[in-house]
Design a protein around this ligand. Structure first.
Ligand code: TXA
Ligand code: MG
Length: 314
């Protein structure tokens, strides 16, 4: 049985105690819900891979409450430090050289000499990390290859009975996973996400090279087919073909809409919930069509997720 924990002192204390016992607890961040386990514990980290059905070559993000805590696990170069100061806490993950003797389970990094680290801003994530007092490994709390969860109900749909608890913090405000950057020496975008590339470039005062490529993934989790609903997905649709549920954006109106006003922040926050709802509406054998979304700001990350949702399934 998976416990649902309330977002109060008792819920946080219970969640922290379960983590300390190497149990798995899903918790809200401002991006998506994470499936948390003690990043120092082989048992907990192996449990995360098992609960998700995740290929073990795909390393996990380690969550910490602040930059001071991060210094104990990773080495920050000058670009990493600028980005950390500008965007932490927040939806940014930095891939950093692992510090000697950091004490993380080798399963977290899947044998890489680097570690992906994030300082989330969500108040419940912050409280949980501080109550637990250690590094929390957390991928998105969905079965591998499926749509990421932005509500506690989504977590339970995919993982009920496979994890100890979910801390219910309501819907996630950003709705897309963190932007992943390898910062030094050359800042490189590994996954578009909740912080737009334009904002990263402004903070760095230099362009980012693009390293995320479905053919040759630099963040190893970047597989072409991901975020897959049951229904097939068609992109850049201007109207619904027979048997399709159209998801609109701006001027293109659908049965569901990412954002009537064409607002990318609203569209990002709604994307994963709408993918699930469209899937239910489409029903067995049905299809989903998405209206075009511009490739600027958060649109880069939205389109990245939509292309993976539409990619041929393995
Ligand atoms: O917003 C988020 O980032 C959410 C919340 C829960 O924090 N987490 C998340 O984790 O999206 P996950 O496991 O679904 O995605 C982690 C990505 C994968 O693509 C993985 O390959 C990449 O981070 N990654 C982890 N460690 C890495 C490393 N050392 N080098 C390159 N990529 C790495
Ligand atoms: Mg994921």
């Amino acid at each position: 049985m998976t416990e649902t924990l309330a977002p109060d002192d008792a819920g946080i204390a219970r969640a922290a105690r379960l983590l300390a016992e190497a149990e798995l607890v899903a918790f809200p961040t401002e991006t998506v819900y994470g499936l948390g386990g003690d990043a120092r514990s082989d048992q907990a980290v192996a449990g995360i891979y098992a609960a998700k059905g995740r290929p073990s070559f795909n390393p996990l993000i380690v969550h910490l409450p602040d930059l001071a805590a991060v210094e104990g696990y990773a080495v920050l170069g000058p670009n990493a430090r600028s980005l950390a100061q500008a965007f932490w806490p927040g939806p940014l993950t930095l891939v950093l050289p692992l510090r000697d003797g950091a004490g993380l389970s080798p399963l977290v990094t899947a044998g890489l000499p680097t570690v992906a680290i994030r300082v989330p801003a969500h108040p419940l994530a912050q409280r949980l990390l501080r109550a637990f007092g250690g590094p929390v490994a957390a991928p998105s709390a969905n079965p591998s290859g499926r749509v990421s969860p932005t509500r506690a109900e989504h977590v339970l749909e995919g993982l009920s009975g496979r994890i100890a608890a979910v801390l219910d913090g309501g819907p996630c405000a950003v709705g897309l996973e963190s932007t992943i950057v390898a910062a030094d020496p050359q800042p490189t975008l590994l996954r578009p996400g909740g912080i737009p590339v334009e904002a990263l470039q402004a903070a760095l005062g230099q362009p980012l090279s693009i390293g995320g490529d479905a053919q040759k993934p630099s963040a190893p989790g970047q597989l072409a087919s991901h975020y897959a609903p049951e229904a097939g997905v068609r992109l850049n649709a201007t109207d619904a073909a027979p048997g399709e549920v159209l998801v609109g954006f701006g001027p293109i109106k659908g049965a569901l809409t990412l954002s009537d006003s064409g607002d990318l922040v609203e569209a990002a926050a709604r994307l994963f919930d709408l993918l699930r709802r469209a899937d239910q509406l489409a029903g067995p054998g049905g299809r989903i069509a998405f209206a075009p979304v511009p490739e600027t700001g958060l649109g880069l990350a939205i389109n990245d997720r939509l292309r993976r949702a539409a990619a041929p399934r393995k």
